[in-house]
Design a protein around this ligand. Structure first.
Ligand SMILES: C[S@@+](CC[C@H](N)C(=O)[O-])C[C@H]1O[C@@H](n2cnc3c(N)ncnc32)[C@H](O)[C@@H]1O
Length: 370
């Protein structure tokens, strides 16, 4: 935490033109912090982005330490930000002599870049070591290798959206215990859970993923009890969300991902009649028409959640899974009421039902499509 004095004293950003430097600059300026950019290039195009600027010799030059020390004194610099691993390491060793009292404001750039990967490997190892004892009517396939799971954790982590650890863990397990068929997701937004499902579809050879979402601001309104969710929804751009979704899914699609930009009830009619989705980004994808995993994470009002379940649950295969997200939701009880109704009305067709994390997981009985 910076104290007010440090807010006034500038931070030196060096080398100023690196992408992480510019990211730090934007954040610092947004927080009202004083910054100075520095570079060893005689002409650095990033200079115009900085409110103040100075030139430094190359870090390998014998006079570097002396010039840096002078600049720190003259400009009253309180700290240094550098995303360059070599500069960081050099300053980490020498700064206390060059300018006592001045310190690096960021952690090691190598650690910073690798921390997410390290925790993904750790998380994947933990998931494999503590397998979930799932009472499924479909025998589990061999769990994927730790590196595959780590890749899934890591890449999911950089996609914005919400998928708590418990839900992630169960999604991995139900995918392992899933029949073959389509995976259908109602409500994809930026594509976090869609990405997870797309990878699980490949890792466990389940089938193709169909994402259903109107990506329209109108459909975001869910009349949550205190209006808190709707207030945030009104500030987001649905067109941009679809572009973000496409950017997130495109690199991972092995011709097995597509979407219908429709409200779920209209999309169900199209899926029933044509079993096909065609988009400019993903091309044309043919689906089997039998759903192995149905992930419902659309509009959370009671009527919308109920309509999603009514429109799609009849297409789920024997032994297939229905996941009702946000069954436990602080902003309303739409998914829970709709999920409970489904459970009450279909007891004889359901083999397994449990809540983990925020989601309700239901596995249909084997033998004969529901
Ligand atoms: C909670 S977000 C989905 C989050 C996403 N599953 C994730 O992992 O980040 C809800 C989504 O439901 C979509 N939605 C709203 N009404 C819908 C409807 N009638 N049919 C399908 N999707 C709908 C919204 O556009 C929004 O993208």
């Amino acid at each position: 935490m910076m104290n007010s004095d440090n807010h006034v004293k500038p931070i030196l950003i060096f080398p100023a033109g690196m992408p992480r430097s510019l990211e730090f600059l934007r954040k610092a300026l947004g927080e009202g912090r004083s910054v100075i950019g520095a570079s060893s290039l005689s002409l650095d195009p990033s200079q115009e982005k900085y409110p103040a600027w100075l030139n430094l010799p190359d870090i390998t030059a014998p006079e570097f330490g002396e010039k840096l020390g002078q600049a720190i004194t003259q400009c009253n610099i309180s700290g240094i930000y550098t995303p360059n691993p070599v500069v960081w390491d050099y300053l980490n060793r020498t700064l206390k002599e060059i300018a006592p009292g001045v310190s690096l404001v960021n952690e090691s750039p190598v650690d910073m870049e690798l921390n997410g990967y390290r925790s993904a490997i750790h998380h994947a190892g933990k998931l494999l070591a503590t397998a979930l004892p799932l009472a499924s009517n479909i025998a589990g396939k061999k769990p994927v290798a730790q590196i595959e799971l780590a890749a899934l954790v890591r890449h999911a982590d950089v996609i914005p959206g919400m998928c708590d650890h418990e839900k992630f863990r169960v999604l991995c397990e139900i995918a392992r215990h899933s029949p073959r068929g389509d995976i259908v997701e109602i409500g994809s937004w930026w594509g976090k859970s869609a990405f997870i499902l797309a990878r699980l579809a490949r890792l466990y050879d389940i089938g193709k993923l169909l994402c259903v979402d109107p990506w329209s601001n109108q459909h975001l309104v869910q009349n949550d009890e205190q209006g808190m969710v709707d207030t945030v929804s009104a500030q987001v751009d649905a067109e941009e969300a679809l572009a973000v979704f496409e950017m997130n899914l495109l690199p991972y699609s092995a011709d097995h991902v597509n979407y219908l930009r429709l409200p779920s009830v209209d999309a169900a009619l199209q899926y029933r009649s044509r079993r096909q989705a065609s988009t400019a980004t993903f091309g044309t994808t043919d689906y089997s028409g039998s759903i192995a995993i149905l992930h419902i994470d659309g509009n959370h009002s009671y009527s919308a959640a109920q309509a999603d379940i009514a429109a799609w649950s009849g297409l789920v295969a024997a032994g297939g899974w229905i996941v009702v997200d946000d069954y436990v939701w602080p902003y309303g009880d739409g998914p829970q009421r709709a999920g409970d109704e489904f459970l009450a009305e279909n007891q004889e067709k359901i083999d397994v039902a449990f809540v983990m994390g925020s989601a309700l997981f239901i596995q249909l009985s084997p033998g004969g499509d529901y």
